[in-house]
Ligand binder design. Sequence first.
Ligand code: ADP
Ligand code: MG
Length: 698
Amino acid sequence: MSVLQTPIDYLKGVGPNRADLLKKELGIFTYQDLINFFPNRYLDKTRYYKINQLQRNAAEVQIIGKIVHLKMVEQKRGKRLVATFQDETGTMELVWFRGQKWIKDSIKLNVPYVIFGKCNWFNGFSMPHPELELLSEHKASIRSAMQAIYPSTEKLNNKGISNKTKIKLLQTLFLETSGKFQETLSEDILSSLQLITKSEALFNIHFPKNAELLAKAKFRLKFEELFYIQLQLIIKNISRKHKIKGFPFDQVGELFNEFYNNHLPFDLTNAQKRVIKEIRNDLGSNAQMNRLLQGDVGSGKTIVALMSVLLAIDNDFQACLMAPTEILATQHFNGISELVKKLNINVKLLTGSTKTAERKIIHQELKEGSLQLLIGTHAVLEDKVQFNNLGLAIIDEQHRFGVAQRSKLWKKNTFPPHILVMTATPIPRTLAMSLYGDLDISVIDELPPGRKAIKTVHRYDSNRLKVFAFMRDEIKKGRQIYIVYPLIQESEQLDYKDLMDGFESISRDFPKPDYQISIVHGKMKPADKEYEMQRFVKGETQIMVATTVIEVGVNVPNASVMIIESAERFGLSQLHQLRGRVGRGAEQSYCILMTSHKLSSDAKTRLETMVRTNDGFELAEVDLKLRGPGDIMGTQQSGILNLKIADLVKDNDILKLARNYAFKVLKEDPSLALDKNKIINYTYQQIGKHKNIWNYIS
Ligand code: ADP
Ligand code: MG
């Protein structure tokens, strides 16, 4: 066993108590964990603050000065030790709540000290539990201009595991191991990118000799982290293509050609054509397709889905199309039934509210194989739903479905069916590469012709009357309008009230019989929802008041105005989704973001971004910057996003580089069998065993 596997308890300076804290608070169990415990920033040790330069809420600072006075102060529970600390520019307090006696005895008055810590401000600055060092000793101990500052927790601080302690522990560790660590990248990569060695990198990340070496250390460690993630993803993808046999759809048959030649309601955009070709290639090969189709709202993904379905049916396979909500599934069913009505294929809809009798027929026909396309919600995933020969499964609006659900589909046939995942929430390329490195990606980056860009404006609630006037004008022109209220799970009751209040006030300003208003929200029965939706779809009502149930996919080309209430409460991708409900017809469309005057700076950025651009990918980039990748993708993929040192947003360039290198290595040596890739192979195997990229160096 390598020395790095040694439990942290055995490191000099770590007793049972400290070991416990390190494990619980920081997840440090072994020497190795400690060495991979990276600083989150560095302090310029040559920089000393003067007391009159201190700022509220600043990070840690170091100050040179003298302690001129010490006193014990009684407080509710116990005592605190307060020192008056002075430099030539001012005075501040140092405070201790624990270990007062020992500290009091060890402090020398009126000699220069360097203090280090975070300041509080309350009628003047004070520093609780500062790290203290005599100036004379401090000078002698500086080996580098930069000092690592490690992540900490309140508990660690309180229990006396200070930054200084952590540095000491790491120093001890480097001494015990003599700072020699096994290399984890190949000679080839090291020399081609002029990377420093693993040992140098680890030393300099903790004890930077200078800024240049620190930068090199960071670069090397980030590269390494991203390189092995990419390597894993690419290998997974390749092995899927080799191992997981798919059903070859080798003929482009009658239905596809008939539809393409005679029933297409419009000319396909070039992007649609390209994507259909990509899918056809996948389906025609012997490997299972696992493809992500990204396309902004309104880019025309449905027709691509339908044509893929026709390919499946032409090859005597069944297909299914899943959507996250009943409304959307129904909409797909209606739209697709209309498109294929001359083709004589059997399409049915299965949702939570499908009647038992109908359900039975569906189950029966699916088993026999006479039902060719099943459209539905999660209901499709139920065990009772068994296909005769499922060849293609399409999932619309992927972000609502978990990975686990996706994998349920795989089990619906002897081989996994081909999978096409469609999403209208564009994922920035960087993120897509990391998250879906194991999926192939197609992008529809072109909207159907003739669309006018949606005009987006931001209005305050105080301008509501003007907005109402605008609504009347639009309705006079024959247009329809959505008004959407936020609905956040936890406060559903409250949101519901907002919605009902809003509905009432709109009903007052837009009275019958001149105006007809629909309302749809989550508490309604599916049948009632559907009824109201249909009234709006048919143009019987001019205004649709709704919660976010309409967020996904609804298609009413005559609706040209989207009003979003309390827009500051929505996330960017949600706002963009909602906006995508309009702008589907030939008319100029509008999106009005209503907010109060109280806006956080993030909310302002979101609103400004919405007003500035219609480009889903640009929005996704901003969203990523505002929220970080973890939030965007939810917790399910957090394993991949749990990066220790690299940052998917800031280290975009390193990510690309790492991906290129991973490709290059695998292209030349797919099984990593060459001698020169021995280290890579070994490291890769270790990662497989330990799951975490940072648990392998030995
Ligand atoms: P989304 O990608 O958001 O699912 P849809 O497939 O619902 O988009 O398409 C949005 C609208 O655009 C639909 O009304 C559809 O009929 C229309 N559409 C799709 N492709 C084209 C095209 N190539 N030319 C014209 N209209 C199209
Ligand atoms: Mg859609």
